[in-house]
Unconditional design. Structure first.
Length: 214
């Protein structure tokens, strides 16, 4: 029997949704219990030259025109597209902390009239399609109870509220609705972790049974 292809598993959510914690826990779980190698990525990948420009922008030490930074975030994903594709083809599962969904909603949340969700989608078209996107959903109060936001550019309440609304739009959009699973991230870490594992188990089965081509 041919080696099974790896899966592309994406985590999305607001800042402070517990996304990075859950992402790391799933990687650990799959490494211990799965039958494939697991690669852990995060976007933005701040280690590349483009990623450093993004980092400076988020830290507030540089300015970028809205469309320019949008395209840099997208380019930062495209830089790794080939790596992701080869990993999956070679049987390695790739788990990613943020992906093009963040790419679209954070830019669209700026309310720049020439940067709506439809415009924002274009540069992302053709990136490897996730087998599942786990959307860690948390309301504003629960997020606030986890402590304040950091000092990065988007970590402000009004911005986060708009981002949450736009994630809501993407979740019902024709292109994404079959890929996104909403997880209640207001629950405790272990409960969320179990929900994530179950959703991933179902997604992996679906792919391996041939129900879900890449
Ligand atoms: P993180 O390292 O996950 O905390 O992400 C840094 C910030 O950048 C966070 O506020 C979300 C935002 N972000 C992530 N990806 C994109 C993107 O593609 N475009 C835009 N505009 N913002 C993004
Ligand atoms: Na952040
Ligand atoms: Na994070």
């Amino acid at each position: 029997m041919a080696t099974k292809r790896g899966k592309l598993i994406v985590f999305e959510g607001l800042d402070r949704s517990g996304k990075s914690t859950q992402c790391a826990r799933l990687v650990e779980y799959l490494r211990q219990n799965g039958s494939t190698d697991v690669k852990h990525l995060r976007f933005p990948d701040r280690t590349t030259p483009i990623g450093q420009m993004i980092n400076n922008y988020l830290a507030g030490s540089s300015q970028q025109e809205d469309h320019v930074i949008h395209l840099l975030f997208s380019a930062n994903r495209w830089e790794l597209a080939q790596t992701i594709e080869s990993a999956i083809a070679g049987g390695t599962t790739v788990v990613v902390d943020r992906y093009y969904y963040s790419g679209c909603v954070y830019s669209a949340a700026k309310q720049n009239p020439s940067l709506d969700l439809a415009w924002c989608r274009h540069p992302e078209i053709g990136l490897p399609r996730p087998d599942i996107c786990l959307f860690l959903d948390i309301n504003a109060e629960d997020a606030a109870n986890r402590g304040g936001y950091g000092n990065e550019r988007y970590e402000k309440q009004d911005m986060q509220d708009r981002v949450r609304g736009l994630f809501g739009e993407m979740r019902i959009h024709e292109d994404e609705k079959d890929d996104i699973v909403v997880i209640d991230a207001g629950k405790d870490i272990e409960t969320v972790e179990k929900c994530v594992q179950e959703a991933v188990r179902v997604a992996i089965e679906r792919v391996d049974s041939g129900d879900r081509p890449l």
